[in-house]
Design a binder for this molecule. Structure first.
Ligand SMILES: C[S@@+](CC[C@H](N)C(=O)[O-])C[C@H]1O[C@@H](n2cnc3c(N)ncnc32)[C@H](O)[C@@H]1O
Length: 284
Protein backbone atom coordinates (compact mmCIF):
# COMPACT_ATOMS: atom_id res chain seq x y z
CA UNK A 1 0.00 0.00 0.00
CA UNK A 2 1.36 3.43 -0.90
CA UNK A 3 -0.64 5.66 1.42
CA UNK A 4 -4.07 7.06 2.12
CA UNK A 5 -6.15 9.62 0.34
CA UNK A 6 -9.51 11.11 1.30
CA UNK A 7 -10.71 11.91 -2.24
CA UNK A 8 -9.63 9.31 -4.78
CA UNK A 9 -8.92 10.42 -8.34
CA UNK A 10 -10.03 7.06 -9.72
CA UNK A 11 -11.54 4.01 -8.08
CA UNK A 12 -11.59 0.56 -9.57
CA UNK A 13 -12.98 -2.64 -8.13
CA UNK A 14 -12.91 -4.00 -4.63
CA UNK A 15 -10.68 -6.24 -2.52
CA UNK A 16 -10.32 -8.61 -5.50
CA UNK A 17 -8.50 -5.81 -7.34
CA UNK A 18 -5.55 -6.25 -5.01
CA UNK A 19 -5.50 -10.00 -5.65
CA UNK A 20 -5.50 -9.36 -9.40
CA UNK A 21 -2.57 -6.98 -9.04
CA UNK A 22 -0.75 -9.39 -6.73
CA UNK A 23 -1.06 -12.09 -9.41
CA UNK A 24 0.22 -9.69 -12.05
CA UNK A 25 3.20 -8.66 -9.91
CA UNK A 26 4.12 -12.27 -9.17
CA UNK A 27 3.93 -13.20 -12.85
CA UNK A 28 5.97 -10.20 -14.02
CA UNK A 29 8.67 -10.98 -11.44
CA UNK A 30 8.81 -14.63 -12.43
CA UNK A 31 8.62 -13.92 -16.17
CA UNK A 32 11.49 -11.42 -16.24
CA UNK A 33 13.62 -13.67 -14.04
CA UNK A 34 12.96 -16.66 -16.31
CA UNK A 35 14.01 -14.67 -19.39
CA UNK A 36 16.93 -12.90 -17.70
CA UNK A 37 19.62 -14.78 -19.60
CA UNK A 38 17.79 -14.96 -22.93
CA UNK A 39 18.77 -12.61 -25.77
CA UNK A 40 15.34 -10.98 -26.01
CA UNK A 41 14.41 -7.42 -25.16
CA UNK A 42 11.42 -7.38 -22.85
CA UNK A 43 8.30 -5.25 -23.25
CA UNK A 44 5.34 -4.83 -20.92
CA UNK A 45 2.15 -3.62 -22.58
CA UNK A 46 -0.68 -2.39 -20.38
CA UNK A 47 -3.55 -1.88 -22.80
CA UNK A 48 -5.95 -0.46 -20.18
CA UNK A 49 -3.34 1.26 -18.07
CA UNK A 50 -5.40 3.52 -15.81
CA UNK A 51 -3.36 6.05 -13.84
CA UNK A 52 -0.62 3.98 -12.21
CA UNK A 53 -2.50 3.81 -8.95
CA UNK A 54 -5.76 2.45 -7.58
CA UNK A 55 -7.79 3.73 -4.68
CA UNK A 56 -9.76 1.20 -2.72
CA UNK A 57 -11.92 1.40 0.39
CA UNK A 58 -9.87 0.88 3.54
CA UNK A 59 -11.28 -0.51 6.77
CA UNK A 60 -12.39 2.96 7.78
CA UNK A 61 -15.12 3.81 5.22
CA UNK A 62 -14.10 7.50 5.21
CA UNK A 63 -10.61 6.64 4.04
CA UNK A 64 -9.48 5.08 0.82
CA UNK A 65 -6.16 3.32 0.55
CA UNK A 66 -3.92 4.25 -2.32
CA UNK A 67 -2.11 1.29 -3.99
CA UNK A 68 0.21 0.80 -6.94
CA UNK A 69 -1.74 0.11 -10.12
CA UNK A 70 -0.57 -2.21 -12.87
CA UNK A 71 1.65 0.38 -14.60
CA UNK A 72 3.53 1.18 -11.40
CA UNK A 73 3.85 -2.52 -10.59
CA UNK A 74 5.45 -3.22 -13.98
CA UNK A 75 7.88 -0.35 -13.51
CA UNK A 76 8.80 -1.76 -10.13
CA UNK A 77 9.95 -5.13 -11.49
CA UNK A 78 13.69 -5.34 -10.87
CA UNK A 79 15.02 -8.75 -11.87
CA UNK A 80 15.30 -8.08 -14.74
CA UNK A 81 13.62 -4.76 -15.60
CA UNK A 82 11.44 -4.41 -18.67
CA UNK A 83 13.35 -2.70 -21.49
CA UNK A 84 10.21 -0.96 -22.68
CA UNK A 85 6.84 -0.25 -21.08
CA UNK A 86 3.85 0.78 -23.18
CA UNK A 87 0.87 2.23 -21.32
CA UNK A 88 -2.24 2.51 -23.47
CA UNK A 89 -5.04 4.58 -22.03
CA UNK A 90 -8.01 6.14 -23.78
CA UNK A 91 -8.72 8.77 -21.15
CA UNK A 92 -6.60 11.90 -21.54
CA UNK A 93 -6.66 12.86 -17.86
CA UNK A 94 -5.44 9.39 -16.92
CA UNK A 95 -2.65 9.74 -19.45
CA UNK A 96 -1.57 12.88 -17.62
CA UNK A 97 -1.33 10.86 -14.41
CA UNK A 98 0.72 8.27 -16.30
CA UNK A 99 3.00 11.07 -17.53
CA UNK A 100 3.69 11.96 -13.90
CA UNK A 101 4.64 8.34 -13.27
CA UNK A 102 6.90 8.51 -16.33
CA UNK A 103 8.55 11.68 -14.97
CA UNK A 104 9.44 9.84 -11.77
CA UNK A 105 11.28 7.12 -13.75
CA UNK A 106 13.83 9.09 -15.73
CA UNK A 107 15.90 6.94 -18.08
CA UNK A 108 13.27 4.23 -18.58
CA UNK A 109 11.77 3.63 -22.03
CA UNK A 110 8.13 4.38 -21.18
CA UNK A 111 5.63 5.09 -23.94
CA UNK A 112 2.23 6.52 -23.12
CA UNK A 113 -0.31 5.98 -25.85
CA UNK A 114 -3.52 7.98 -25.56
CA UNK A 115 -5.35 5.49 -27.80
CA UNK A 116 -8.13 2.98 -28.02
CA UNK A 117 -6.64 -0.33 -26.86
CA UNK A 118 -7.82 -2.59 -29.72
CA UNK A 119 -6.71 -0.15 -32.38
CA UNK A 120 -3.34 0.25 -30.76
CA UNK A 121 -2.74 -3.48 -30.27
CA UNK A 122 -3.61 -4.23 -33.89
CA UNK A 123 -0.85 -1.88 -35.04
CA UNK A 124 2.07 -3.00 -32.86
CA UNK A 125 5.39 -2.34 -34.59
CA UNK A 126 8.01 -4.19 -32.52
CA UNK A 127 10.29 -6.69 -34.25
CA UNK A 128 9.05 -9.88 -32.60
CA UNK A 129 12.21 -11.80 -33.42
CA UNK A 130 13.95 -9.49 -30.99
CA UNK A 131 11.21 -8.82 -28.44
CA UNK A 132 9.21 -10.89 -25.93
CA UNK A 133 6.75 -9.51 -23.45
CA UNK A 134 3.68 -9.54 -21.27
CA UNK A 135 0.35 -7.98 -22.23
CA UNK A 136 -2.16 -7.09 -19.53
CA UNK A 137 -5.78 -6.69 -20.69
CA UNK A 138 -7.59 -5.18 -17.74
CA UNK A 139 -10.75 -3.50 -19.04
CA UNK A 140 -13.70 -2.24 -17.01
CA UNK A 141 -16.08 -4.28 -19.16
CA UNK A 142 -16.45 -5.66 -22.69
CA UNK A 143 -13.75 -3.61 -24.44
CA UNK A 144 -11.44 -6.47 -25.51
CA UNK A 145 -12.34 -7.57 -29.02
CA UNK A 146 -11.81 -11.05 -30.37
CA UNK A 147 -10.12 -9.70 -33.50
CA UNK A 148 -7.45 -8.17 -31.23
CA UNK A 149 -6.79 -11.50 -29.53
CA UNK A 150 -6.35 -13.11 -32.94
CA UNK A 151 -3.66 -10.55 -33.78
CA UNK A 152 -1.94 -11.10 -30.44
CA UNK A 153 -2.02 -14.89 -30.74
CA UNK A 154 -0.40 -14.64 -34.17
CA UNK A 155 2.56 -12.62 -32.82
CA UNK A 156 3.83 -15.63 -30.80
CA UNK A 157 5.53 -13.16 -28.49
CA UNK A 158 3.25 -11.82 -25.74
CA UNK A 159 2.15 -13.74 -22.67
CA UNK A 160 -1.35 -12.38 -22.17
CA UNK A 161 -3.49 -11.97 -19.07
CA UNK A 162 -7.15 -11.28 -19.88
CA UNK A 163 -9.68 -10.06 -17.36
CA UNK A 164 -12.87 -11.48 -18.81
CA UNK A 165 -15.92 -9.41 -17.78
CA UNK A 166 -18.35 -12.12 -16.67
CA UNK A 167 -20.78 -9.81 -14.86
CA UNK A 168 -20.88 -7.21 -17.64
CA UNK A 169 -21.68 -9.91 -20.19
CA UNK A 170 -24.21 -11.58 -17.92
CA UNK A 171 -26.02 -8.27 -17.64
CA UNK A 172 -26.18 -7.99 -21.43
CA UNK A 173 -27.82 -11.39 -21.88
CA UNK A 174 -31.61 -11.59 -21.69
CA UNK A 175 -33.24 -12.75 -18.50
CA UNK A 176 -36.37 -13.57 -20.44
CA UNK A 177 -36.56 -16.68 -22.60
CA UNK A 178 -36.96 -14.74 -25.85
CA UNK A 179 -33.72 -14.85 -27.82
CA UNK A 180 -34.42 -11.58 -29.60
CA UNK A 181 -34.68 -9.74 -26.28
CA UNK A 182 -31.40 -7.98 -26.81
CA UNK A 183 -30.63 -4.69 -28.49
CA UNK A 184 -28.70 -4.66 -31.76
CA UNK A 185 -26.01 -2.65 -30.04
CA UNK A 186 -25.50 -5.27 -27.34
CA UNK A 187 -25.64 -8.11 -29.85
CA UNK A 188 -22.88 -6.41 -31.86
CA UNK A 189 -20.79 -5.90 -28.73
CA UNK A 190 -21.12 -9.56 -27.72
CA UNK A 191 -20.20 -10.64 -31.23
CA UNK A 192 -17.12 -8.42 -31.14
CA UNK A 193 -16.09 -9.95 -27.77
CA UNK A 194 -16.66 -13.57 -28.85
CA UNK A 195 -15.64 -13.11 -32.50
CA UNK A 196 -18.81 -14.77 -33.78
CA UNK A 197 -22.34 -15.49 -32.65
CA UNK A 198 -21.33 -18.45 -30.48
CA UNK A 199 -22.66 -16.54 -27.49
CA UNK A 200 -26.16 -17.18 -28.85
CA UNK A 201 -25.74 -20.76 -27.60
CA UNK A 202 -26.50 -19.29 -24.23
CA UNK A 203 -29.90 -18.25 -25.57
CA UNK A 204 -30.66 -21.84 -26.38
CA UNK A 205 -29.97 -22.71 -22.76
CA UNK A 206 -32.05 -19.75 -21.65
CA UNK A 207 -34.94 -21.00 -23.73
CA UNK A 208 -34.74 -24.30 -21.90
CA UNK A 209 -35.18 -22.24 -18.77
CA UNK A 210 -31.96 -22.96 -16.93
CA UNK A 211 -29.96 -19.80 -17.52
CA UNK A 212 -29.74 -16.62 -15.49
CA UNK A 213 -32.83 -17.40 -13.50
CA UNK A 214 -33.39 -15.92 -10.10
CA UNK A 215 -32.18 -19.06 -8.36
CA UNK A 216 -28.50 -18.77 -7.51
CA UNK A 217 -27.40 -22.17 -8.81
CA UNK A 218 -29.03 -21.38 -12.18
CA UNK A 219 -27.03 -18.18 -12.35
CA UNK A 220 -23.85 -20.14 -11.61
CA UNK A 221 -24.65 -22.51 -14.47
CA UNK A 222 -25.00 -19.49 -16.71
CA UNK A 223 -21.59 -18.16 -15.71
CA UNK A 224 -20.06 -21.58 -16.33
CA UNK A 225 -21.68 -21.71 -19.77
CA UNK A 226 -20.48 -18.24 -20.66
CA UNK A 227 -16.94 -18.93 -19.56
CA UNK A 228 -17.00 -22.33 -21.19
CA UNK A 229 -17.75 -20.79 -24.58
CA UNK A 230 -15.03 -18.16 -24.22
CA UNK A 231 -12.44 -20.60 -22.91
CA UNK A 232 -13.17 -23.05 -25.73
CA UNK A 233 -12.58 -20.24 -28.21
CA UNK A 234 -9.30 -19.28 -26.54
CA UNK A 235 -8.25 -22.93 -26.58
CA UNK A 236 -8.90 -23.14 -30.30
CA UNK A 237 -7.04 -19.88 -30.96
CA UNK A 238 -4.01 -20.35 -28.70
CA UNK A 239 -4.18 -24.18 -28.74
CA UNK A 240 -1.75 -25.60 -26.19
CA UNK A 241 -0.73 -22.06 -25.18
CA UNK A 242 -4.06 -21.52 -23.41
CA UNK A 243 -4.05 -22.28 -19.67
CA UNK A 244 -7.31 -23.98 -18.66
CA UNK A 245 -6.88 -22.95 -15.06
CA UNK A 246 -8.24 -19.47 -14.30
CA UNK A 247 -9.24 -17.32 -11.34
CA UNK A 248 -12.73 -15.95 -10.64
CA UNK A 249 -13.06 -12.64 -8.84
CA UNK A 250 -16.32 -12.38 -6.91
CA UNK A 251 -18.20 -9.61 -5.13
CA UNK A 252 -19.34 -9.76 -1.51
CA UNK A 253 -22.46 -11.64 -2.63
CA UNK A 254 -20.24 -14.34 -4.19
CA UNK A 255 -21.27 -13.49 -7.75
CA UNK A 256 -18.47 -13.68 -10.29
CA UNK A 257 -17.51 -10.25 -11.62
CA UNK A 258 -14.50 -11.19 -13.71
CA UNK A 259 -12.42 -14.24 -14.56
CA UNK A 260 -8.66 -13.87 -14.99
CA UNK A 261 -7.39 -15.95 -17.93
CA UNK A 262 -3.90 -16.62 -19.25
CA UNK A 263 -2.40 -17.45 -22.65
CA UNK A 264 1.26 -17.96 -23.51
CA UNK A 265 2.99 -15.94 -26.24
CA UNK A 266 5.83 -17.95 -27.72
CA UNK A 267 5.17 -21.67 -28.24
CA UNK A 268 8.68 -22.58 -27.05
CA UNK A 269 7.91 -21.03 -23.67
CA UNK A 270 4.55 -22.77 -23.26
CA UNK A 271 5.44 -25.34 -20.61
CA UNK A 272 7.40 -22.91 -18.42
CA UNK A 273 4.93 -20.04 -18.69
CA UNK A 274 1.93 -22.28 -17.96
CA UNK A 275 3.71 -23.82 -15.00
CA UNK A 276 4.51 -20.40 -13.53
CA UNK A 277 1.07 -18.91 -14.18
CA UNK A 278 -0.65 -22.06 -12.91
CA UNK A 279 1.41 -22.03 -9.73
CA UNK A 280 0.60 -18.37 -9.09
CA UNK A 281 -3.11 -18.86 -9.73
CA UNK A 282 -3.15 -21.82 -7.38
CA UNK A 283 -1.22 -20.29 -4.52
CA UNK A 284 -2.07 -16.59 -4.48
C1 LIG B 1 -9.86 -1.24 -14.82
S1 LIG B 1 -9.09 0.22 -15.35
C2 LIG B 1 -7.41 -0.23 -15.47
C3 LIG B 1 -6.71 -0.31 -14.16
C4 LIG B 1 -5.22 -0.52 -14.28
N1 LIG B 1 -4.90 -1.73 -15.02
C5 LIG B 1 -4.57 -0.56 -12.92
O1 LIG B 1 -4.34 -1.64 -12.38
O2 LIG B 1 -4.29 0.51 -12.39
C6 LIG B 1 -9.51 0.32 -17.04
C7 LIG B 1 -8.90 1.52 -17.77
O3 LIG B 1 -9.10 1.35 -19.16
C8 LIG B 1 -9.40 2.62 -19.73
N2 LIG B 1 -10.15 2.29 -20.97
C9 LIG B 1 -11.47 1.97 -21.08
N3 LIG B 1 -11.74 1.64 -22.35
C10 LIG B 1 -10.58 1.74 -23.05
C11 LIG B 1 -10.23 1.47 -24.39
N4 LIG B 1 -11.14 1.04 -25.27
N5 LIG B 1 -8.95 1.66 -24.77
C12 LIG B 1 -8.01 2.08 -23.87
N6 LIG B 1 -8.30 2.35 -22.57
C13 LIG B 1 -9.56 2.17 -22.17
C14 LIG B 1 -10.19 3.34 -18.68
O4 LIG B 1 -10.08 4.75 -18.87
C15 LIG B 1 -9.51 2.87 -17.41
O5 LIG B 1 -8.50 3.74 -17.02
Amino acid sequence: MRGFIAEPAATYGGPWTLKKLQILRAYLDAYTTALKNQPFRLVYIDAFAGTGSVNLPAQDPDIRAFHDGSAAIALDVQDKRFDRLIFVEQDRARCQELARLQDSHVGRDIRIENSEANQYLCSLQEDWHEWRGVLFLDPFATQVEWSTLKEIAALNALDTWILFPVAAITRMLPTSKRPDDISDQWAQRLTSVFGDEGWRELYQQARQGNLFGTVEHERDQGVDGLLGIYKAKLASLFEDRFLKQSRPFKNSKKSTLFELLFCVGNPKGTATAKRIAGHILKHL
